[in-house]
Design a protein around this ligand. Structure first.
Ligand code: XIL
Length: 384
């Protein structure tokens, strides 16, 4: 199928056009097409050929679904535990670790020759209550160090990339752009360097990341966040802290306007100039219009994703690209009551907007235009 390399979200590449969709459907690769017993390529394979790892987040409970297991087994080279490695999930009571969920994902990964993305050692939204109390009452670094050691110790053999600190930036909270959280209250801004050093001691060969959201759009808050994250990375590198990469979450949203494609290119290049790797860690896309036919919705999502990927993927500093889920039914992005309320009178016949269609596969495990956009972006990546 002829493809035109998209330069940004405003041009429609051939593979997303009506003609491309029909050709794709005939090849059994799109919504409504025949089931895809022998797909032309897998995301993992196409990414590998482009020098990238492709992965997807998964919850342990979702591994009960044979269809999802099949899609994951075939399409993903790495799995990101969506919840199970977070501190509050792993250690809900002090010293009593709940490892069954993470173990299950690790066993699936091992059994299918896959790696894990280690997400995430420290996140302000996943501090167990007991740890938050200890940190607030002057508890020492040792509880953090024990958590890092135990987690990296148990899963590290499967993990090449750890998100050591998740979402450390908060615009407006502090002059240095860092998030005001339980860790900064207890240890000051140095908690990030300390966590990276602890993770490095536990996993000397792993690439250690900070991972951040709201970096992708041409919006003042995103601009400020890119700048603050670049400042943080620069400071850490200048101090010799073992930081190896930055994760761009890439929770895209059709309601957020233009992607900051030029600025994103510059941002990736600036991180690369520090010697850092960059990963796309949580790619998905929130929709705005749930009324259009599914194939049109899929085309809008795919064009937007293609615009984002065209901005970042060509840079050689990109090491991996992961989606936050693979099939729409598993997405954390839900069609909310507020979403429905934007369309008065819609679905009065008892029909439904279905799921948010912001992942590469639909709820039945059929590939959609977003998967084609990923394949095309991998294929278009310059070979070094
Ligand atoms: C989300 C999960 O997808 C949800 O199921 C959970 O309720 C909250 O966490 N950024 C991150 C991820 O770094 O860890 C978040 O995952 C989504 C936003």
């Amino acid at each position: 199928m002829p493809t035109k390399r998209p330069s940004n979200g405003s041009t429609t590449p051939d593979y997303l056009s009506r003609r491309g969709l029909i050709a794709g459907a005939a090849a059994g690769s799109l919504v409504g097409g025949p089931s895809w017993a022998s797909p032309p390529a897998t995301l993992a394979g196409a990414a590998r050929a482009a020098g990238l790892r492709f992965g997807a987040a998964v919850r342990a409970s979702a591994l009960d679904q044979p269809r999802l297991r099949d899609v994951l087994a075939r399409e993903a080279a790495t799995l990101t535990p969506e919840l199970e490695l977070k501190w509050a999930a792993l250690e809900p009571a002090a010293g009593r670790r709940h490892e069954a969920g993470a173990d299950r994902i690790a066993a699936f990964a091992r059994g299918h020759g896959k790696r894990l993305r280690g997400h995430t050692l420290l996140w302000h939204r996943s501090v167990p209550d007991w740890a938050a109390r200890e940190l607030a009452s002057g508890g020492g670094w040792d509880i953090v160090a024990r958590h890092i050691d135990a987690t990296v110790g148990r899963y590290g053999a499967l993990v090449d990339e750890w998100d050591v600190v998740n979402e450390p930036i908060e615009i407006g909270a502090r002059p240095d752009g860092l998030r005001a959280n339980a860790f900064i209250d207890a240890f000051g801004s140095d908690y990030i360097a300390r966590a990276l050093r602890a993770a490095h001691a536990a996993a000397p060969r792993a690439r250690l990341f900070v991972n951040e959201y709201d970096l992708e759009y041409d919006l003042p808050a995103h601009r400020a966040r890119r700048a603050a994250l670049l400042r943080l990375a620069t400071t850490l590198i200048e101090r010799g802290v073992p930081l190896h990469g930055v994760g761009i979450q890439a929770h895209l949203d059709l309601g957020k306007g233009e992607l900051a494609t030029d600025e994103l290119r510059g941002f990736v290049a600036a991180l690369a100039a520090l010697g850092l790797t960059v990963a796309v860690t949580e790619l998905d896309c929130k929709e705005v219009d749930y009324i259009r036919p599914a194939d049109e919705r899929d085309r809008l999502v795919a064009a937007h994703v293609a615009g984002f990927l065209a901005a970042v993927l060509p840079h050689p500093a990109i090491s991996s690209a992961s989606c936050w889920g693979l099939t729409d039914d598993q997405s954390w992005l839900e069609v909310t009551a507020a979403d429905r309320a934007r369309f008065p009178g819609a679905w009065a016949d008892g029909s439904s907007p279905g799921f948010n269609r912001g992942l590469p596969f639909d709820a039945a495990g059929r590939p959609k235009a977003m998967r084609d956009a990923l394949l095309a972006a991998f294929a278009a990546r310059p070979r070094s």
